[in-house]
Design a protein around this ligand. Structure first.
Ligand code: FES
Ligand SMILES: [Fe+2]
Length: 394
């Protein structure tokens, strides 16, 4: 069934689809409103691939972690050589099959002790012998499609998504392959709770335009924000067969941008090995829509993991991905602390502005503003969102 456009304010959408230098942002009605979130959840969030974690969280058989996504409790587990995303909802009375993270040989719901194998199949249920027509085969945990890219684990909640295609000519794989993302290991996350629309946080990560203002006291002075148009980046885009950097991501489910640093990103106590000397003093922002965003530097990668819960709430776990040797060595304490402090300070600069943006977007007087070229990834993201919202078929 072709979806109705009645709920989406179609009159405003031409300005979003306009060429970059003529475009405006998505209308404010798209942010933090229940009526819009219902559509967005069905057509965009459940119908695409959402990142839930990293392979090293489920490295060995029986390793698992849990996460609640769009009010769906999930259990991610490795069984033999396969990572599975199961529903963390017991088939008896919806209790939790697993808590937090760890390693198990099987899962037992603490409520009435029904148990499940690592692959989610039913194992035992005490005192159910006399239940008539009790079919164990119907008591396996629900399972969701899972896919992996560069060590990131993605789930599809509608069980209906097209495959996540990030390779091929001009694909994201070509951009990120020098940086060995699949080998990186995560350090402990820094947690933030964000009582506003998830897109406000995603869009903030997508652009460097706000660095000289919001981050003037930290990283703002270190970067040349105009450098995303520099010759080296243009050359890379040309190699990939795109006309320009805007075209490179247009119409795709991903986007990327490059940023030059005026000085080396020296982390005190950080060992000399580098993931890639190729980057020199550059960092690359990589975005797989809707919720995987990465900032890749030569020595570490920042992953602000946005865990969407509802129209006005998401959790943000700031995770640093580092070289496996660095992750394994306790004696790198000084560099770890420095990195954590840096991320914490940078994000604490963002938080009050984002809270204000959330309030401003609900003002009845606000209309969508104009986009700066330096925000071109948001323009790509907004056009992708519109495409998802309007092309959805039930
Ligand atoms: S709810 Fe899980 S055993 Fe009853
Ligand atoms: Fe920021």
């Amino acid at each position: 069934m072709q979806t109705s456009n009645q709920i989406i304010p179609i009159q405003d959408l031409d300005s979003v689809k306009a060429p970059l230098d003529e475009a405006s942002f998505l209308p404010p009605d798209f942010y933090g409103r229940d009526s819009h979130f219902v559509l967005e959840k069905e057509r965009v969030l459940k119908n695409n691939w959402l990142v839930v974690g990293r392979w090293e969280q489920v490295e060995k058989r029986g390793d698992y972690f849990t996460i609640d996504l769009l009010e769906e409790p999930l259990l991610i587990v490795r069984d033999k050589n396969e990572v599975k995303v199961l529903s963390n909802v017991c088939l008896h009375r919806a209790g939790p099959v697993a808590k937090d993270s760890g390693n198990r040989k099987s899962f037992t719901c603490p409520y009435h002790l029904w148990s499940y194998e690592l692959d989610g199949s039913f194992k035992t249920a005490p005192h159910m012998e006399q239940a008539k027509n009790f079919n164990k085969k119907n008591c396996s945990l629900n399972e969701f499609p899972v896919t992996e890219w560069q060590g990131f684990i993605f789930v599809n909640l509608s069980k209906n998504a097209a495959p996540l295609v990030l390779d091929g000519i001009g694909g994201l794989d070509e951009i990120v392959s020098p940086y060995n993302l699949h080998k990186l290991k995560r350090l402990e996350p820094i947690h933030f709770s964000c009582p506003w629309d998830w897109k406000i946080s995603v869009e903030n990560v997508m652009e460097f335009y706000h660095y000289p203002g919001v981050h003037a006291d930290t990283v703002g002075a270190s970067f040349d924000i105009r450098s995303s148009t520099d010759a080296e980046f243009d050359k890379m885009v040309e190699t990939l067969g795109a006309k320009n950097q805007y075209d490179a991501g247009q119409g795709k489910s991903y986007a990327y941008g490059m940023q030059s640093s005026k000085q080396s990103l020296n982390i005190p106590g950080m060992p000399a090995y580098e993931l890639s000397l190729h980057l020199n003093d550059k960092q690359i922002g990589v975005h797989v829509f809707p919720n995987l965003s990465l900032i890749i530097t030569p020595t570490f990668t920042v992953w602000p993991h946005i865990i969407i819960e509802s129209e006005n709430h998401h959790r943000l776990e700031y995770i640093l991905l580092v070289h496996p040797e660095f992750a394994a060595h306790a004696d790198h304490h000084q560099a770890r602390e420095y990195l954590r402090d840096m991320i914490q300070r940078i994000h604490e600069e963002d938080m009050p502005i984002l809270a204000h943006v959330a309030k401003g977007l609900k003002s009845e007087n606000h209309v969508a503003g104009r986009i700066c070229r330096l925000e071109y990834i948001i323009w790509q993201f907004h056009n992708w969102m519109l495409e998802q919202l309007t092309s959805f078929r039930e």
